[in-house]
Design a protein around this ligand. Structure first.
Ligand SMILES: [Zn+2]
Length: 424
C-alpha cells in the first residue's frame, strides 16, 4: 500500500462494503446497501464509484493505484457527534472510589467530579490541552472515527473557555479528524456563581456568546439542562440568545430526571437533544415534529450504572437516532463508537443496522454534514474505515475488539496497519 497522493485509487475486492444510503437523517429503518464483494473508486478525495468489483472496473477505467482488499470489509468513517474532547487531568482515582462504594455526592463533597476537571483545565496551558487532545484524536482515528463534534465547557470562565476553543481550533487544523466546534460554557455552574445560575447565564449571554460568535469557528451552543444545574427557564434564555446570534443549538437533556429538556429542544429548534434517558412520549413526539435528532449516549448509562434511553420509543415517536460516546473524563471515558453500537444493540433495543446508521449517516446528520459525510456513495468524501474482518457485523458480534485496520479521510491514508500516519 503506497502513501497518499495518487489521483485515482481503486480499493477493490472488499469481501463486503456496507453503507446506508442518502443525504439526510433517517427515521425508522434506513436503506442499507451491501456489496459482497465490493470496490470503491476514489478521485481527489471523493468517492467516484462504488459497487460490485467488475462493474466498478468497467465503468471507471484507469487507476493510478489499485489495492486488493480481499478478506476485509469497508464502512463509512464513523462520526462521533458529542464529545468533550479537550480537558486536563483524569478521574481514574475517583472512578475507583466509586467502585469502592462512594456516591457521586461523596465525590463532589471531596472536591471531585466535574469541578476537579475544571480546576485542572484552568491550570493547564493551551499546549498541554492540545497534546492531550492529539492523543485522544489518534485513539478516535484508530477506532475508525473520522469526524467529531467537540465542546468546550471545562473552563466556565472567560480565559479557559477561550483557551479550550483555541486548542480545538488548533487541533482541527493540525489533525486529520474533522471537527465541528461547540461552545458549552453552560456545562456547570462555576464556583464564582454558586447558587446564581441565572446570573451566570446573563454573563454568558452578554459577554461570552458575542465574542465566541465573532471568532467564526464555533458552530453550536450546548447547555446542561438538568435539575439543579440549568433549569428550563435559564436554558431557554441561553439557547434563544444563541439562536439570535446565529448559532445552531443542542442540549444535554433529561439525562438524570425528567425535566422537559427534550421538549425545550423542540421548542427552540435544536439540531440535536442528547442523553434523553428520561424523555417522555409527548416530548419525543415534539422532537420528531421539529426534526430534532435524538442522540443517545449509552456509554454514560453503562459507566454510571444508570438507566438506558428507550430507542424503540424514539423510533415509534418518529425520531431519527444517532449514537455517540459522550467522550469525557467523568461519565464516559471512551472513544469507541463500535462499543456504543454494541450497547445500542444490547441495551437500547436497536438492531445492528440501526446502530450502524446511528454512528454513520444519522451521526453525520446530527452535525448537519449528511450531504457530504456518513455514507459510501458517489459524491461524498472518501472517509472509509477498513475492517480486518469479512463482515462488519463483527463490530458488535465480536465486541470489545478494535477491528479497524486502515482508515482513509478525504482520500488520504490516516491510519495504516492500526497506527496513525504521521502528517508529512
Ligand atoms: Zn456530554
Amino acid at each position: 500500500m503506497t502513501s497518499t497522493g495518487c489521483k485515482r485509487t481503486l480499493l477493490e475486492n472488499f469481501t463486503e462494503v456496507l453503507t446506508a444510503v442518502g443525504n439526510q437523517a433517517v427515521v425508522g429503518d434506513a436503506t442499507i446497501q451491501r456489496f459482497c464483494p465490493g470496490s470503491i473508486a476514489i478521485e481527489d478525495g471523493m468517492i467516484v464509484d462504488v459497487g460490485p468489483p467488475d462493474q466498478v472496473l468497467a465503468r471507471s477505467g484507469q487507476f493510478d493505484e489499485r489495492i486488493d482488499m480481499t478478506g476485509k470489509s469497508a464502512i463509512p468513517g464513523m462520526i462521533d457527534p458529542h464529545t468533550h474532547l479537550v480537558f486536563a487531568g483524569d478521574r481514574c482515582e475517583e472512578f475507583n472510589r466509586r467502585l469502592h462504594g462512594a456516591t457521586y455526592v461523596d465525590i463532589a463533597k471531596a472536591g471531585g467530579g466535574i469541578k476537579s476537571t475544571v480546576r485542572a483545565t484552568r491550570a493547564a496551558t493551551q499546549l498541554q490541552l492540545e497534546q492531550r487532545g492529539i492523543q485522544v484524536l489518534n485513539q478516535m482515528l484508530m477506532q475508525g472515527v473520522t469526524t467529531i463534534e467537540a465542546k468546550s465547557g471545562y473552563g466556565l470562565d472567560h480565559a479557559t473557555e477561550i483557551k479550550q476553543l483555541d486548542a480545538m481550533r488548533s487541533l482541527s487544523q493540525k489533525h486529520p479528524v474533522e471537527m465541528v466546534q461547540t461552545f458549552m460554557g453552560a456545562h456547570e455552574i462555576p464556583a464564582e456563581f454558586e447558587g446564581r445560575p441565572a446570573d451566570y447565564i446573563d454573563y454568558l449571554n452578554q459577554d461570552l456568546l458575542p465574542e465566541v460568535k465573532a471568532r467564526g469557528d464555533v458552530t453550536y451552543v450546548d447547555i446542561f439542562c438538568e435539575r439543579g444545574v440549568f433549569e428550563l427557564e435559564d436554558s431557554r434564555r441561553h439557547l434563544e440568545r444563541a439562536c439570535e446570534l446565529g448559532f445552531g443549538v443542542r442540549l444535554h437533556a433529561d439525562e438524570l430526571v425528567h425535566m422537559g429538556g427534550s421538549g425545550l429542544a423542540a421548542e427552540v429548534g435544536a439540531i440535536s437533544a442528547d442523553h434523553l434517558v428520561y424523555a417522555d412520549r409527548k416530548d419525543m413526539e415534539r422532537m420528531a415534529e421539529a426534526g430534532v435528532m435524538a442522540t443517545l449516549l449509552p456509554g454514560t448509562s453503562f459507566f454510571l450504572r444508570g438507566n438506558y434511553a428507550d430507542a424503540k420509543a424514539f423510533r415509534e415517536a418518529g425520531c431519527a437516532i444517532a449514537l455517540s460516546t459522550d467522550f469525557n473524563p467523568g461519565s464516559s471515558h471512551t472513544c469507541s463508537q463500535s462499543l456504543m453500537m454494541a450497547l445500542g444493540c444490547m441495551n437500547l433495543g436497536m438492531t445492528f443496522e440501526q446502530s450502524f446508521v446511528g454512528v454513520t449517516l444519522n451521526a453525520a446528520a446530527a452535525i448537519q454534514q449528511a450531504h457530504r459525510l456518513g455514507t459510501l456513495e458517489v459524491g461524498k468524501s472518501a472517509d472509509i474505515a477498513i475492517l480486518d474482518t469479512h463482515n462488519p457485523l463483527f463490530l458488535v458480534y465480536n465486541w470489545g475488539i478494535n477491528h479497524v485496520e486502515h482508515v482513509m479521510k478525504a482520500g488520504n491514508w490516516v491510519v495504516k496497519n492500526r497506527l496513525p500516519v504521521q502528517a508529512a
